[in-house]
Design a protein. Structure first.
Length: 400
């Protein structure tokens, strides 16, 4: 029996909770920047599992690390330590300049942990535990993380946890007006991902850092989507030369394995007591081995620098189209975290490109998001750019 796209799609609908509006495709193999579906069609992956597969699919160094670790030890619980966890923890601390790391299973879990330790820090100073986030942000799908995020993700899930408020992004006066004696932390993405690939302004982040320092408020950077080399720096914070008190990671950290992390500075770590937080699977030997191999490969293969070069190439190319393609309103981003802002919904473009063997996605309604593997070959980038401009041109031609 041939296991086709249609068969797998229909079987999935029978059993899986209907929370994803899936495309009728089932992928069965990946290598580098390419994917193959169950019917044998080949695709160029410009989405990378939503900025997860920063090394592409099945990078040999990550595959070997996972295979070797699976044959030795997969799980022991955090009552004990393991060599991969010790090694990746040290590497993360060294690379970020922060003092402590806690390994998790996902981005949402990393943010939940960040909120908890920020409130513990505040409570030890007899302050309230209010968390201020940014409008159009996205920090996860758990109850606490949707409390920090967009209102549309909160619909139908009341009562929403209290102690959260939002202000406009890149608006320092809005933040100043919201800060008070009960503010424990400010959380933001240095580059908003689901919000439409919107970078923070450097002067804004500098003022946020200064305000937090003056009022003993913790600054949390969510680098779940923009971290791990994605923006042409290992961490997006390096573009701004600003160190947060807490930073969250996930997505690209494991090369495809579910792994996340939260990191904090010494003063935050000093506020944590034994038993304040925990995880069963977080930082297990398998996940830690994958993260260690991923980080080492990104550094050894110069992929941070390549992300910057390729990102500039893509953005400059698409920007050059604006004079002849009026539907392109703006191109923004950093490195290989790119948003092409259109004057219309992005969904039809996503579907048309998928039919043409190119995987992208739309965000913030009108933005085509490109977050390909950092090691995507030049010829694949050329193919994508050619097909994208051809699609834009054909749509404009049909509108005449």
């Amino acid at each position: 029996m041939h296991i086709s796209n249609e068969y797998l799609y229909e079987e999935d609908k029978k059993n899986y909770l209907p929370t994803f509006k899936r495309f009728p495709l089932a992928f069965i193999k990946g290598k580098g920047s390419r994917l193959w579906d169950a019917d044998g069609k080949e695709y160029i992956d410009m989405l990378a599992g939503i900025a997860v597969n920063n090394l592409g699919h099945c990078h040999p160094k990550v595959v070997k690390a996972v295979q070797d670790q699976a044959a030795e030890l997969m799980h022991i619980s955090n009552f004990f330590v393991s060599p991969p966890q010790v090694a990746v923890s040290k590497l993360l601390v060294d690379l970020t300049g922060l003092k402590h790391v806690f390994l998790t299973n996902s981005g949402a879990e990393s943010v939940e942990g960040a909120i908890k330790i920020a409130r513990k820090y505040a409570h030890k100073r007899n302050k309230g535990g209010e968390i201020i986030s940014m409008k159009n942000s996205f920090h996860g799908r758990t109850l606490a993380t949707i409390a920090t995020g967009q209102k549309k993700y909160q619909q139908g899930f009341a009562p929403i946890p209290t102690g959260f408020s939002q202000v406009a992004f890149n608006d320092i006066n809005a933040l100043k007006a919201a800060l008070n004696e009960n503010t424990a932390a400010v959380i933001l993405e240095p580059i908003q991902g689901e919000g439409g690939i919107v970078p923070a302004e450097i002067e804004y982040l500098e003022e946020v850092r200064q305000l937090c320092d003056e009022q003993d408020i913790l600054l949390i950077f969510d680098e779940i989507q923009c971290g791990i080399g994605r923006t042409g720096k290992l961490f997006a914070k390096e573009h701004f030369e600003i160190q947060p008190d807490i930073m969250t990671l996930a997505k690209g950290l494991g090369g495809g394995m579910p792994v996340g992390a939260l990191l904090c500075n010494e003063k935050v770590g000093d506020a944590i007591d034994y038993g304040d937080h925990g995880t069963t699977f977080g930082g297990n030997p398998m996940a830690s081995a994958a993260a260690l191999a991923t980080l080492k490969a990104i550094l050894e293969e110069g992929l941070v620098e390549r992300a910057l070069e390729k990102g500039n190439w893509i953005m400059n190319t698409v920007k050059s189209w604006k004079t002849k393609h009026a539907m392109i309103k703006e191109v923004r981003g950093m490195g290989l975290m790119i948003g092409i802002v259109l004057d219309r919904p992005a969904a039809p473009f996503v579907k048309a490109l998928l039919d043409d063997g190119i995987i992208v996605n739309g965000t913030a309604e009108t933005v085509i998001r490109l977050v390909p593997p950092l090691n995507i070959p030049d010829e694949d980038v050329n193919t994508v750019l050619e097909k994208l401009e051809k699609l834009i041109g054909s749509i404009e031609q049909n509108e005449k």
